[in-house]
Ligand binder design. Structure first.
Ligand SMILES: C[S@@+](CC[C@H](N)C(=O)[O-])C[C@H]1O[C@@H](n2cnc3c(N)ncnc32)[C@H](O)[C@@H]1O
Length: 236
């Protein structure tokens, strides 16, 4: 029997969301490239090296980011991409992403409220996401930054449909799920490229923040999958 059943985890995670909201209110505002990053209430605060994902996205491309939160990763993607479509299930997160982009005068980003791919149209050279890691569902979209039971399965199942040939899917997830992720993604038309352990920030400040958010004990990797080019069909 699992140690934490859904009915035990649910009240615990509700408590955690309240607690994390308080921490966000009292913790110092994070800076990104010397500028303050505004974090609105109910929006996920970046902890650690979350922008590292952008290093795995090729430059000059048309990119879709799922779950943009405060727009922290979006800023790094926008700086290296031709265009970014940044989406989140939480309307306050989308507002937050817009705010942080506008302050930096980054104009190559379209923001969109969307549950995974639901409101997304078009095809992309790359899809990037730093999704929640805990499998649990709350109906309130403000309680979706640490928990979701559908987000990652949907990404892995449907990314190939929205990627151009040779397009890449880049996302972070606990390393222990590597084999099942590869199996499901390959089943849905993606090819595994790499899984690299995420670098941790070494400063005392970021270590303390990780501790404050109880973001401890997670060993996460950045997964990269590629949609292979379709095999040419023979013409007689
Ligand atoms: C861990 S946070 C990452 C935020 C941001 N990308 C960053 O790196 O700071 C996960 C984000 O995914 C969003 N999210 C959760 N489930 C989602 C879904 N089904 N569709 C779209 N976004 C979702 C949450 O609202 C949250 O903003």
């Amino acid at each position: 029997m699992p140690l934490l059943t859904d009915s035990t985890l649910r009240p615990l995670m509700k408590l955690y969301y309240r607690y994390a909201g308080l921490v966000t209110r009292v913790a110092p505002t994070p800076r990104v490239q010397g500028m303050k990053l505004e974090i609105l209430p109910s929006v996920c605060r970046p902890v650690g090296n979350w922008d590292e994902l952008a290093d795995y996205v090729p430059a000059g491309k048309n990119v879709l980011e799922l779950g943009s939160g405060s727009g922290h990763l979006t800023i790094f993607l926008a700086q290296k991409s031709e265009h970014v479509t940044a989406t989140d299930i939480n309307p306050i997160a989308v507002e937050n992403t817009r705010k942080n982009l506008d302050e930096r005068r980054l104009t190559n980003v379209t923001t969109l409220v969307s549950d995974a791919f639901q409101a997304v149209a078009g095809r992309f050279d790359a899809i990037a996401a730093n999704p929640p890691w805990m499998t649990l569902h709350f109906d309130d979209p403000r309680l979706a930054w640490a928990t979701s039971s559908s987000f990652v399965p949907t990404i892995v199942r449907e990314a190939a449909r929205l990627l151009v040939d040779n397009g890449v899917l880049v996302f972070s997830y606990p390393s222990e799920h590597k084999h099942e992720l590869i199996e499901v993604a390959e089943h849905h038309g993606l090819r595994f490229v790499s899984a690299n352990p995420r670098r941790r920030r070494q400063s005392v400040g970021s270590r303390l923040l990780e501790l404050a958010y109880l973001n401890i004990g997670f060993d996460t990797s950045i997964f990269v999958f590629r949609k292979p080019a379709a095999a040419p069909t023979a013409i007689d």
